[in-house]
Design a protein around this ligand. Structure first.
Ligand code: UDX
Ligand code: ADP
Length: 468
């Protein structure tokens, strides 16, 4: 297979698209664009050469169901991965930027606003090597008004080159990224209301029109587009914090969170999705984007609005800590030297991603209490090891959940992997310390059946089923 872009017949393509940053967003989005638009040449570059090599192989750097098939359908035809950033910037007509924008850890806005050093470096690379006009597309989530800052940096050149910055936030969720990209609820493109801005907007619309119905492609001004991404994530996270807060109340009363969520979600104005109580939301976006929103509000003096959204994050932290407290309390107020098997470490099912996973907090707290923590996960063990590197304590990684549970005092379900629903819990029961406990942080197991096997079962937002 031809993998380097040195020998590509570039003339046969309508436009050259470059994506800088081959992570979850860039990697998946470009694979779908390339597969759906054979007339465009799509090159994906990254500073991490190891990552580039893996994109060129069948051992992709991320686990995402269906992604490898899409990559293979276009790779070597109009989709190429490369470490040659400058050369590809020069040749590109349209550059998507999807480098990481983590929460800033230092200085002004530390812990809240986005760290834009990767984005700014990219903008400066583009500025330094470009020899022709280009459209720059913001794919990474960025603080509102970043586009204007970037446009100022880019257009401060004396080469006579014009850069038009467009915002096209990504709404894909990990684990369902391919379906989200192929059948999006909407595609959002924000551009300046100038003639150049509108021309650039049309060019991006033209890409998506290859497979997305026109009425699902929304265009807006650039600030609305940037803000909409933050607000969409804030609303989604808010639903989870809302239901999680009610799960605490259910545990104190005779109410059952599943029944409450069902009854509430049946109201079509509320809707049924995103009402699953859990150990807490994780992932690279929710917390980062809300804190970003909080920072923006604070910087405009809107302290009431900032406080309102900040509570969504604090309820999430409360939910994580409540889970550990429930484990500790049920295990007779001491978990020192007790073996606790965490079923799942990824922040959600169907991904190997562990960024901001509630499992990180839970593991740290359990280790602080001197428990022996055994981590199992079908796809995230590698990332779990990296995430927990350097932590003191009794920590073990086990690919096989049955092995993880041997001699354990308790199992805590942290990720809602399908596979955990159908394990042979009778056999697991036999090999555990007695009395055995299961804490179902995702409410995915058959609690009555587990209780009948002999487990003491602690679901979320429901009464525990205990033999003690
Ligand atoms: C999210 C947004 O959904 C997506 O549109 C955006 O582009 C990126 O951020 P992602 O973080 O990949 O996507 O996953 P998502 O499915 O939103 O789940 C986020 C977290 O919420 C996970 O930890 C998940 O387990 C949790 N969650 C989700 C719940 O606890 N309960 C629910 O009902 C739904
Ligand atoms: P996301 O989940 O938003 O896609 P990731 O962290 O998975 O974020 O991906 C971002 C990618 O951007 C990483 O692979 C990182 O190596 C890459 N990257 C960061 N800075 C640059 C840069 N200046 N040039 C090229 N790639 C970069």
């Amino acid at each position: 297979m031809k993998r380097s872009n040195e020998r590509i017949n570039t003339k046969k393509f309508k436009k050259h698209i470059l994506c800088i940053g081959a992570g979850y967003v860039g990697g998946a989005t470009m694979a779908v664009i390339a597969a759906r638009c054979p007339q465009y040449l799509v090159i994906v570059v990254d500073i991490n050469q190891e990552k580039v090599k893996r994109w060129q192989s069948d051992n992709l750097p991320i686990y995402e169901p269906g992604l490898l098939d899409v990559v293979k359908s276009a790779r070597g035809k109009n989709l190429f991965y490369s470490a040659a950033i400058e050369e590809n910037i020069r040749k590109a007509d349209i550059i998507f930027v999807s480098v990481n924008t983590p929460t800033k850890l230092f200085g002004e806005g530390a812990g809240k606003t986005a760290d834009l050093q990767y984005w700014e470096k990219t903008a400066r690379d583009i500025l330094r090597v470009s020899e022709s006009d280009k459209i720059i597309v913001e794919k990474s989530t960025l603080p509102v008004r970043t586009a204007s800052a970037m446009e100022r940096i880019l257009n401060s050149n004396d080469k006579g080159i014009h850069f038009e910055v467009v915002s096209n936030p990504e709404f894909l969720a990990e684990g369902s990224a391919i379906n989200d990209l192929e059948n999006p609820d909407r595609v959002l493109i924000g551009a300046q209301q100038t003639e150049e801005g509108q021309n650039a907007c049309r060019e991006i619309v033209e890409i998506y029109e290859n497979w997305v119905p026109r009425e699902r492609i929304i265009t807006s001004n650039i600030w609305s587009s940037e803000l909409s991404k933050l607000v969409a994530n804030a609303f989604l996270a808010q639903r989870i914090s809302s239901i999680n807060s009610i799960s605490a109340l259910c545990e104190k009363t005779e109410a059952d969170i599943g029944e409450v969520a069902h009854a509430v979600g049946k109201d079509s104005r509320i809707g049924e999705k995103f009402l699953n109580a859990s150990v807490g939301f994780g992932g690279s976006c929710f917390k980062k984007d809300i804190l970003n929103l909080v920072y923006i509000c604070e910087s405009y003096g809107l302290s009431e609005v900032a406080e309102y959204w900040e509570r969504v994050v604090s309820i999430n932290e409360y939910q994580e800590s409540r889970f550990v407290q429930t484990i500790n309390k049920a295990l007779f107020n001491t978990i020192a030297n007790k073996r606790i098997a965490l079923f799942g470490f990824a922040f959600k099912a169907n991904t190997g991603d562990t960024r901001e996973s509630p499992a990180i907090y839970i593991t740290k707290k359990l280790l602080e209490e001197r428990a022996c923590v055994v981590i199992t996960d079908p796809k995230a063990i590698e990332n779990a090891r990296l995430e927990l590197e350097g932590l003191d304590g009794n920590l073990e990684f086990q690919a096989d959940p049955y092995q993880a549970a041997v001699n354990a005092h308790a199992i805590a379900v942290v990720t809602e992997w399908e596979a955990y629903k159908t394990l042979d819990y009778q056999s697991i029961f036999q090999h555990m310390e007695k009395p055995p406990f299961i804490f179902d942080g995702r409410n995915i197991l058959d609690h009555r059946k587990l209780f009948e096997i002999g487990f003491n079962v602690y679901p979320l937002g429901k009464h525990p089923l205990s033999h003690l």
